[in-house]
Design a protein around this ligand. Structure first.
Ligand code: PGA
Length: 248
């Protein structure tokens, strides 16, 4: 299974940031054993795809319908036309700020996969759920509710992102990450049969150059989804290099 290092620029980036992408693309081209992906804001997807080289460009969200009266929304076929290869579905910021339920995330992931995109489905507990000892239950039920039954290892990536670790500098321990990823793998096997064995499971939440090697070496961690540290080549490239070393 190839390691995937994916960056989510969130609501950051104007054209000036495409220079960072050029620098990231140069390293990605030289790092054959790792897949590298970036989700810039919608406004940059077309230009980013033209700059990207070996970096797969994707969206941070899509609507579940292909077209229609949904002011301000972007559909999966629109992303494809701009050169996107994947879309993030159900990021915790979307679940929290825009009330996206598992059913909404499922519909978006289905639309993405129907359009030929890889859906990166995000799941993960918040701090209260972890404190109450419900993290494993929350993650299992999010997988039940948001993974399309027809998903395959080729069009699905799951990203475990505990909300309390996003942008905070805090991460679960390596043991906690390994335990959760093992549970996610078992759940994917239950939901998708043997196909679930090949689905890549990323970890996301305060991944940086300092902790990437430890996190990527955890069992069933097949890559990372990175927010803050994906915004500059200076911070993102060492994570790609760490992934290359771990996967050797
Ligand atoms: P972070 O964000 O790396 O800035 O913690 C991770 C994410 O939201 O995917």
């Amino acid at each position: 299974m190839r390691t995937l290092i994916a960056g989510n620029w969130k609501m950051n980036g104007t054209r000036a940031m495409l220079g960072e992408l050029d620098r990231i693309a140069a390293i990605a081209a030289a790092t054959e054993q790792v897949d590298v992906a970036i989700a810039p804001p919608f406004t940059l997807i077309g230009e980013a795809a033209a700059h990207a080289g070996a970096v797969m460009i994707g969206g941070q969200d899509c609507h579940s319908a292909d077209k229609g009266a949904h002011t301000g929304e972007i559909s999966a076929p629109m992303l494809v036309e701009m050169g996107a290869g994947f879309v993030i579905c159900g990021h915790s910021e979307r679940r929290a700020e825009f009330d996206e339920t598992d059913a909404v995330v499922l519909a978006k992931a289905q639309a993405a996969q129907n359009a030929g995109l890889i859906a990166i489905i995000c799941i993960g507990e918040d701090e209260a759920e972890r404190d109450e000892g419900r993290a494993l239950m929350v993650v299992a039920s999010e997988l039940d509710g948001s993974v399309p039954a027809t998903a395959t290892a080729a069009n699905l990536v799951v990203s475990y992102e505990p909300a309390w670790a996003i942008g905070t500098g805090r991460t679960p321990t390596a043991d906690e990450i390994g335990e959760m990823h093992g549970i996610i793998r078992a759940k994917l096997l239950q939901l998708l049969g043997e196909e679930g064995r090949g689905v890549r499971i990323l970890y996301g939440g305060s991944v940086n150059a300092g902790n990437a090697s430890t996190i990527l070496a955890c069992p069933d961690v097949n890559g990372a989804l990175i927010g803050g540290a994906s915004l500059t080549a200076e911070q993102f490239v060492p994570i790609i290099e760490a992934a290359a070393n771990v996967s050797q």
